[in-house]
Design a binder for this molecule. Structure first.
Ligand code: G3P
Length: 219
């Protein structure tokens, strides 16, 4: 399974890239806005921190033709950029053109099995179902991950399922169990997934027992 960080904070990306666990980053207009500054420079810096990773960068234009041109400009920023396009019917024809041109796309804001099916049929690289936002809306976000996994496998599509809007470790667990190809995690959730209180307790117990031996050098 691939793990992405769902952030535009370059300090966090640098810090956790050093673990070798981070396969990519998902940015969006919200997390780029939170960081401030020039978003183009920030995206280029993220791409250089993870030269072998996949970095999703979302379009901001609304008009389909303007969005198409912006998608091409975003794709040209770096070979490891994946262009994020919202799963909206107004953009289906544009998505089709971009796929035909070999642009790697992450279709974002996917909230139903049928939206996912349409995108897989078009041959996009990734679809991003939003688990937390479905739950905000009183729906079962994890169930959608499972449905999408079954659909992709049943028809043999090559599109990757990128579980997004994961707000806690329970969501991350569920994404793993669903067989999603990628989970994009807020930094806090990634950090929580690395630790367990019993690991800390175990280290403390081993250390206390070791001290009783009174050995100054080992081995
Ligand atoms: O990358 C977009 C997505 O993960 C947003 O999450 O928590 O704002 O629904 P959230």
């Amino acid at each position: 399974m691939k793990i992405f960080l769902d952030t535009a904070n370059t300090d966090d990306i640098k810090k956790w890239a050093s673990t070798g666990l981070i396969d990519g980053v998902t940015t969006n207009p919200s997390n780029l806005s939170v960081q401030g500054g020039d978003p183009t420079k920030r995206v280029l810096e993220i791409c250089s921190i993870l030269p072998d990773g996949e970095v999703s960068v979302e379009v901001t234009e609304k008009d389909p033709e303007a969005l198409y041109k912006q998608a091409l400009r975003i794709a040209a920023l770096s070979p490891n950029v994946v262009v994020k396009v919202p799963c909206h019917a107004d953009y289906y024809a544009v998505i089709n053109r971009l796929v035909d041109q070999g642009v790697s796309l992450n279709i974002t804001l996917v909230f139903s099995l049928l939206q996912g099916l349409m995108m897989c049929k078009m041959g996009v690289s990734m679809i991003s179902p939003f688990v937390g936002r479905l739950e905000d809306n009183g729906q079962d976000g994890v169930a959608l991950l499972v449905q999408l996994r079954e659909m992709v496998d049943q028809y043999g599509y090559e599109t990757e399922i990128l579980a997004a809007s994961l707000r806690n470790v329970e969501h991350f667990n569920a994404a793993v169990e669903s067989g999603a190809d990628i989970a994009t995690l807020p930094v806090a959730v990634f950090q929580q997934a690395l630790v367990h209180p019993l690991t800390d307790q175990g280290i403390a117990k081993f250390d206390a027992d070791w001290q009783k031996l009174g050995v100054s050098q080992f081995p």
